[in-house]
Design a protein around this ligand. Sequence first.
Ligand SMILES: O=c1ccn([C@@H]2O[C@H](COP(=O)(O)OP(=O)(O)O[C@H]3O[C@H](CO)[C@@H](O)[C@H](O)[C@H]3O)[C@@H](O)[C@H]2O)c(=O)[nH]1
Ligand SMILES: [Mn+2]
Length: 737
Amino acid sequence: MNTAAMPRPTPPLHSLRPLRRRHFNRLLAAVYASAILSLFYHHILKLLHSTTLVSFFVSFLLFISDVVLAYMWSTTQAFHMNPVHRQVFPENLQKVLDRKDFPAMDIFICTADPFKEPPINVVNTALSVMAYDYPTEKLSVYVSDDGGSELTMFAFMEAAKFGKQWVPFCRENNITDRCPNAFFTSNYALNPNTMEIKMMYERMKTKVEGAVERGKVKEEYICSEEEGQVVSQYRTKDFSPQNHPSVIQVLLNSKTDVDSTGVAMPNLIYVSREKSNNIPHNFKAGALNVLLRVSASMTNSPIVLTLDCDMYSNDPLTAQKALCYLPNRSNRPNCGYVQFPQRFYGLNNADIYASEYKRLFRIHSIGMDGLNGPSYVGTGCFFLRRVFFGAPSLYVEPETPELAPDHIVDKPINSREVLSLAHHVAGCNYENRTNWGSKMGFRYGSLVEDYYTGYRLQSEGWQSIFCDPSRPAFLGSVPISFNDALNQNKRWYIGLLEMGFSRYSPSTFGIRAIGVLMGQCYAYYAFSAIWSFPITIYAFLPSLALLQGIPIFPKVYQPSFYLYAFLFLVAYGQDCVDFISAQSTFQRWWSDQRMWVIRALSPFVFGTIEFVMKRLGLPTHEFIVTSKVMDAELSRRYDEGMFEFGVASPMLVPLGTAAILNLMAFLGGLVVILKERSFGGFFIQMFIAGFGVINSLPFYEAMVLRRDSGRMPTKITFTCALLVGLLYGIASFVLKI
Ligand SMILES: O=c1ccn([C@@H]2O[C@H](COP(=O)(O)OP(=O)(O)O[C@H]3O[C@H](CO)[C@@H](O)[C@H](O)[C@H]3O)[C@@H](O)[C@H]2O)c(=O)[nH]1
Ligand SMILES: [Mn+2]
């Protein structure tokens, strides 16, 4: 037989396997739903049989709490119905697609504040992607600097020079850690080659960090007239981060710049969009839209990768892995983006602030991947440029023809025409009366522009793919102080509520546009702030009643007690098993469940308040950028697993109050039990208070034992104690009526 005549079978680029667990999940959902209905039946009976107004009110609060918990439970089920695992085979890519036919890629990196986001780290992120295993002349890296800072610009001028050594060094030595900082902190081979490159890196780092420390670039570091001109743009009179003309600089041009071995360098372009004090700039979504347009005017690559400044690439093959799905190589016909999970470096063992967000980034993503595909999480996501211009079947034309996704740029990137168009589209008035932010580009209207944009794209009919290779594709930093973690959370929940209560609400518009299950997935996040209601009730009410010797739950031997026990144990059990089986530990799960309670008691509540204030048109905080600076002392305490309270924030008050109250209730409960000789009637209340106490251990330590600067501020402890007294007073008055 003549085998040569037969078409060669194409080797697979990826595989998909639904998890067996889905059958069990579906069964469990049915059983659990019946248990919830029985609980509601019990609640209604209790309401009908309540004898006093107070007991009616207590039963009513518990009932509403359980209704909210049940609603949230119902939304989580969507993630459990069809979780899938994918595998990707980049080793087969070049059998299907010649390397010279790889599509061009534009890579966007956002930074916003040189003092919270050290420019040397932003540079590391950029270098890690410039060194991708990918034809370099097809890569263009665009850096958006919302801090409008000469420090960031200077860091990138240095990076452009160092990159000419770094990129060939990685290629020739087949380095895996292509983020310089990650490489030099790893166990690398010590040889003259590595020593030399390390010295170059250290020199650059010292210069950049020195400049940041002084807040200004030293004159002696400005090596040429051109560099002088570049820096002088920032030194004009009215220039400030909030108010300045656009600054766009081509730092590397792949047509003319070569590395130390003569191979073309990727393009590297610095962009700081025009800002004006009284024109809203829409934060990161606004920055990304400017990059979409500036890059369209220069390279207009069909594939776009968005990265946060702290998310460096940890695997040189990542771009090729994305190509295994994009464009048109997946089994999803309308696949518009491939999302890699956010993963992190520098977490402490227990991950005390649950910053890994395992559920959000990994567990729920495989659940959504089994439906229409994961949400967009702001970084580590490869898009088809086309998705930003309308639905798969309904193209929305941009106002400037050169910005169209199929427009071919035929002029050099630093030609006068190209640069003048770039400046024009980076202007702060450019978007007036256009579709940017509403029908085109990244969407405005929510502080979680990522989640909202992905949701709107999926509502238009785009689908997505979740790609989670075992070697993390990207690694980012986590907040190492409790205050930063809480503030980040608060910002997210404001943004999520903005989405939940918009005309595109997932529970109405979403369910119609993307189906019940996908709509539920998005509703789960959009409405997660309502968890604060049941958790606040459960944190305070049982303890207050216990201190008054009033039982509010069924006794141990009653049938409804077993219902409570079942609902609690199964929910926590399933959560724990899911979490640990996603390559984690019991200790991290424990932190995760604690942070869930903490978030519900504090950032959810404060987020809701700010959301309401915003809706009423009152001034609120805007996008508070998370600090990525590593203070040595703070880092040490973080590594030891200590909570960092330090800042006297009002967000600590509900947490401290609940901690003290639960401890008092647990101790007081023991006295009540001994006095009344009835344990069974108070078991559930004792259990809840005890659970609160175990979760609050770091709080007691920080209030009483610690002397370091991360201890609980005395005024917070004092305020909390006062509030406990007040609540106790009110409860003894009200509950005894
Ligand atoms: O006006 C702004 C504000 C922020 N950023 C950038 O946005 C990114 C994310 O900001 P960060 O403070 O790190 O926020 P996080 O809460 O850590 O980020 C998560 O949540 C954001 C939405 O709130 C998403 O945009 C991010 O991708 C996601 O990782 C950073 O690169 C910033 O430089 C801007 O470019 N302009
Ligand atoms: Mn971040």
